[in-house]
Write a protein that binds this ligand. Structure first.
Ligand code: ISE
Length: 337
């Protein structure tokens, strides 16, 4: 029996997942879609032969859906996740878990009280073949890790993108992947605002930004956040170890040879760059449900820890100072078996 999915939030990523469910995901179908914009919900419900809802909580409680897929904006995640946990329904939530750590903590409390992991968080980079290979390279070859250099470049961002989103929206991906790659927590954050900014950034933004993280063991990481780089969606990561250096590579892409040299295509969107990772994370969610298993992959705890780092990062964005991050002990529910 296919899993009946109720998908909330029909913006860009919501539509991308809708298309994914109808083309590449096995054992699942979207039976309900929900958006506060009723015209959009009606249009996509017609296109994908699903039921249209305009109220997320009503859809979460409906018997027509077995599992919830949240693609709405961060500020409404908490209410929707808590409703899914209350209904005992598996829930996939796009990042961030919530915009603040205090809200994420409420989710941890609800899920631990339920007693079983019900949530998978959309940190899709953990399913990317390049990052998985990078992690294997780190484990086997690099020796003691000393430094990491990251770059997170987007061609452009919409007018609704705020200065804070560089931290609690974009950088959340690096914060999570640093923990995944190094198996340790971040203990401090400092945000540097370079004196020069791109002429392409809207006046309310400071772009690019450099964020400096430090981990428990002392690995120092710099992250360039450049969200109006114009040329493409470009994600870089280099891990500097005592014995060797490992770099993130992209999936096999065609190489062109021409009079101007050897060239490789650069993705234009996150949906293009991480297509395989998105497919795999969604199939992982469905497979766990189909096999009656607890959720695996990025958890509410991962979302909470990322939110703690973001809180410190936002404080640093204001005062330019280094801010410490204290991560409480991880509850048993979220420890790897
Ligand atoms: C967006 O929300 C994403 O998740 C993208 O992966 C990221 O590159 C972008 O900066 C965010 O705004």
């Amino acid at each position: 029996m296919p899993v009946n999915i109720g998908l909330i939030g029909l913006g860009m990523i919501g539509r991308d997942h809708l298309q994914r469910f109808s083309s590449v995901i096995n054992n699942a179908r979207v039976t309900a879609v929900c958006d506060i914009n009723s015209g959009v919900a009606d249009m996509l419900a017609r296109q994908y032969q699903a039921e249209a809802f305009y109220d997320a909580i009503e859809m979460i409680q409906s018997d027509s859906v077995d599992a919830i897929f949240i693609c709405s904006i961060g500020p409404v995640h908490k209410e929707q996740i808590l409703a899914a946990i209350k209904a005992g329904k598996p829930v996939f939530c796009e990042k961030p878990l919530t915009p603040t750590a205090a809200e994420s903590k409420e989710i941890i409390e609800a899920e631990t009280a339920y007693g079983k992991r019900l949530l998978q968080l959309g940190f899709m980079r953990r399913f990317d073949p390049g990052y998985i290979a990078l992690k294997q390279g780190i484990n086997s070859e690099l020796g003691e890790i000393l430094l990491m250099h990251c770059a997170h470049r987007n061609p452009s961002v919409p007018e609704s993108y705020t200065l804070e989103m560089a931290i609690n929206d974009s950088a959340t991906h690096e914060i999570d992947i640093i923990r995944y790659l190094l198996d340790e927590n971040i203990v401090s954050v400092r945000v540097d605002k370079p004196r020069k900014k791109t002429s392409r950034a809207l006046p309310h933004l400071q772009d690019p930004l450099i964020v400096i993280f430090e981990t428990e063991s002392g690995v120092r990481i710099d992250d360039e956040l450049f969200v109006n780089c114009n040329y493409g969606y470009d994600i870089c990561c280099e891990v500097v170890g005592e014995n060797a250096i490992a770099s993130l590579t992209e999936q096999a892409l065609n190489v062109t040879r021409s009079a101007s040299g050897v060239g490789r295509h650069i993705a234009k969107t996150c949906m293009e760059r991480f297509a395989t990772a998105y497919d795999r994370e969604v199939q992982n969610f469905i497979d766990n449900i189909s096999n009656g298993k607890a959720m695996s992959g990025p958890s509410s705890w991962d979302g909470y820890v990322v939110a703690l780092v973001c809180d410190a990062g936002l404080a640093s964005l204001k005062d330019g100072q280094k801010h410490e991050v204290t991560v409480p002990p991880c509850p048993a529910l979220y420890r790897q078996p």
